[in-house]
Design a protein around this ligand. Structure first.
Ligand SMILES: *[C@@H]1O[C@H](CO)[C@@H](O)[C@H](O)[C@H]1NC(C)=O
Ligand SMILES: *[C@@H]1O[C@H](CO)[C@@H](O)[C@H](O)[C@H]1NC(C)=O
Ligand SMILES: *[C@@H]1O[C@H](CO)[C@@H](O)[C@H](O)[C@H]1NC(C)=O
Length: 370
């Protein structure tokens, strides 16, 4: 009986892997690779996570800058004034939108900004990276030994189990959901996604996370601030690890991200149901040393309003509309194919022109859109 069950399971797994292989052309090269990397790595020079994440990404180019490594060459202070942005897909050439985000977070000069890249090199062929580093002395672009970042954190077992690669459809997304927690647990500070524009200095914000809509029934993991070793981060690592033990859950896009942070926020606020929240909708909810912010601060437009970001004329009254806002989120998964056209006065155009002036000028030097 046992053997029979085992046989069925193996067949099912083989089937699933085959289906997965054929349905994911970009990922299929990983699937092939998985068999190899589940053995002890033969090539000692290339860590196993790079073999998976960086497979097929082009590392050659005219002017690639070698990056200093986080922890090995440079160590962030344990400090509330760190801001971290992370690139987990091993890309060497981030888009202008990503550089615009990085510039906007660097612009207030009050925080040390860390752009952490799994690629270990960055493409500076057009000189934008050098230009930004020159302009913003508080910006550090660094490579990361991902394995080392997880070492000694509550996510170490999950990371080294390799399940986040083996079982996840989107390894770069899963890694991103995990590594932001490990990084903040280690050093503390602000984490933010790269599809954002920072329009106000966030340095006064402490131990905060945001609701993702005005109904206040979801929490976003796109931007948050915690001091290092904060209870929220410790619980979040536990919840993420548990979720990977349940074979149903890691399949969903949100399982280690918004769903996991919502679970932890409820727990720390001692709430079983979001409809029991105290206070009015526009007010922050205080739960000990955790504050849940209403969306106007970090997510004034929710994802259903993403079309407005690039719509003609939507940037009118920008400064009064967003006068209490710190961050505008661009929902890159939904707006990737939209463009900023100069002179259309969209929300993104006003934001980019004002809050990432160097990138804006660079991106529009030979083009009237980006
Ligand atoms: C590097 O960036 C330039 C544009 O600045 C681009 O044309 C080139 O394809 C990039 N190289 C790689 C390897 O991505
Ligand atoms: C949580 O709330 C319940 C009632 O809603 C209360 O009985 C319990 O003492 C609370 N626990 C904490 C830790 O505040
Ligand atoms: C933002 O604008 C509204 C309406 O114009 C005003 O009531 C509010 O005080 C302003 N908030 C800030 C932080 O300036």
């Amino acid at each position: 009986m046992k053997r029979c069950l085992g046989y069925i399971l193996m067949t099912a797994m083989a089937c699933a892997m085959m289906t997965y292989y054929f349905m994911n052309p970009q990922i299929s090269s990983y699937s092939f690779r998985l068999n190899i990397i589940s053995e002890p790595s033969v090539n000692q020079d290339i860590p196993w996570w790079r073999e998976v994440l960086c497979k097929g990404t082009d590392q050659q180019g005219a002017r690639m800058l070698e990056l200093p490594w986080l922890q090995r060459d440079v160590e962030p202070p344990e400090s509330d004034s760190n801001i971290f942005l992370v690139e987990t897909a091993c890309k060497t050439t981030p888009s202008f939108r990503v550089w615009c985000a990085i510039e906007s977070w660097s612009r207030p000069l009050t925080s040390q900004v860390w752009y952490v890249m799994t690629s270990l090199t960055v493409n500076d062929t057009d000189g934008l990276v050098s230009r930004l580093k020159e302009q913003y002395s508080n910006l550090r672009v660094v490579g990361a030994d991902v394995e080392k970042i997880f070492e000694g954190t509550g996510l170490h077992d999950l990371f080294s189990s390799r399940k986040w690669i083996m079982k996840a459809k989107w390894p770069a997304v899963k890694l991103s959901d995990l590594i932001r927690v490990a990084i903040l647990w280690r050093w503390g500070g602000f984490y933010t996604d790269t599809d954002t524009v920072c329009i106000k200095d966030v340095s006064p914000l402490r131990n905060i996370i945001s609701f993702s809509n005005n109904k206040r029934n979801h929490i976003s993991n796109g931007a948050f601030q915690f001091k290092h070793h904060h209870k929220f981060l410790e619980l979040l690592m536990e919840v993420q690890t548990k979720r990977f033990k349940n074979p149903q859950q890691p399949a969903s896009w949100a399982s280690l991200g918004p769903e996991a942070v919502s679970t932890v926020a409820k727990k720390l606020c001692n709430i079983t149901d979001w409809s029991n929240l105290p206070g009015s909708k526009g007010d922050p909810v205080e739960c000990g040393d955790l504050t849940l912010l209403p969306p106007k601060y970090l997510l004034p437009l929710d994802w259903t309003q993403n079309k407005r970001l690039f719509a003609k004329g939507s940037g009118e009254y920008f400064f009064s509309k967003f006068n209490s806002t710190y961050v505008i989120h661009l929902f890159s998964a939904l707006t990737r194919n939209k463009k900023l056209h100069i002179g259309e006065n969209s929300i993104y155009e006003v934001a980019a022109k004002t809050f990432c002036p160097v990138t804006f000028k660079h991106a529009t030097a030979d083009s009237d859109s980006f």
